[in-house]
Design a binder for this molecule. Structure first.
Ligand code: NAD
Length: 248
């Protein structure tokens, strides 16, 4: 029995990486998925359709409020409702705080934090009307602080505060809001470490993972599918790590 039959989901940043893994998993569980990304997401839609699922691509820059509003309106018009909002789109611009250009601060905050605010707010406005919803926001283990990631850590800590507040404000409206903190997952965002100093940066990250290997997007997808399902209906305001035991 598929857990998300007839549910409608939006996943941002779903053209590749974690978002793609999440979209594939939600579709496998029966959800109709809006695969939203700034870049092309057609390949992900094709993969879902080839596996017998239902999906449609939507082009969005989550840092632009009117585009996020249009995305939510599109999902409701296309599939009749919105049940699951996954704010996954995120970027990093790493560098030591004392050398960080303000542009790198602003860019990361605007996508990772403000983009998540827009997505959470717009989804919740609609979910409150129907007294049902699942908001799942993707933060990072770095939210607790990580060398070279002042902008990213601040944004991802902001996502935790935003989501916990949304959870409390909407707990009596049938809406759950939770945060997932992936550890070290093999995607385009992390695989570039393999090229730094002939792979030593990658090896050093792996050495911090007690399980001894990088996670896969599907590992995060499995957790999202659980939180989106009725199996998780009494779970809200939580911050859940998915990182093979890794502590940043
Ligand atoms: P990725 O770079 O592989 O993919 C990110 C996707 O988001 C891309 O398809 C990109 O086009 C899209 N995107 C970027 N900016 C956007 C914008 N403004 N609007 C819409 N789409 C946009 O990254 P990933 O590793 O898949 O990361 C996904 C999320 O998981 C991010 O929020 C990231 O911070 C978080 N995360 C990743 C890891 C990891 O180990 N990979 C660990 C912790 C947290």
């Amino acid at each position: 029995m598929r857990r998300l039959e007839d549910k409608v989901a939006i996943v941002t940043g779903a053209g590749r990486g974690l978002g793609k893994g999440i979209a594939l998993k939600l579709a496998e569980e029966g959800a109709k998925v809006v695969v939203a990304d700034m870049a092309s997401a057609d390949n992900v839609v094709r993969e879902i359709e080839e596996a017998g699922g239902t999906a449609v691509a939507f082009s969005v820059n989550v840092a632009k409020q009117h585009e996020v509003q249009a995305m939510v309106a599109f999902a409701i018009e296309k599939f009749g409702t919105l049940d699951i909002m996954v704010n996954n789109a995120g970027i990093n611009r790493d560098g030591m705080l004392h050398k960080m250009p303000v542009e790198n601060w602003d860019t990361v905050i605007s996508v990772d934090l403000t983009g998540t605010f827009y997505g959470t707010q717009e989804a919740i406005k609609y979910m409150r009307e129907k007294n049902y919803g699942r908001v799942i926001n993707i933060s990072s283990g770095s939210w607790l602080g990580n060398i070279g990631q002042a902008n990213y850590a601040a944004a991802k800590a902001g996502v935790v505060g935003l989501t916990k507040t949304a959870a409390r404000e909407n707990a009596r409206k049938g809406i759950t809001c939770n945060v997932i903190c992936p550890g070290f997952i093999e995607t385009d965002m992390t695989v570039k470490l393999k090229e730094i100093k002939e792979g030593t940066a990658w090896d050093s990250m792996i050495s911090r993972v007690p399980m001894g290997y990088a996670g896969k997007p599907a590992d995060v997808g499995n957790l999202v599918a659980f939180l989106a399902s009725d199996d998780a209906s009494y779970i809200t305001s939580e911050v859940i790590n998915c990182g093979g035991g890794m502590i940043v």
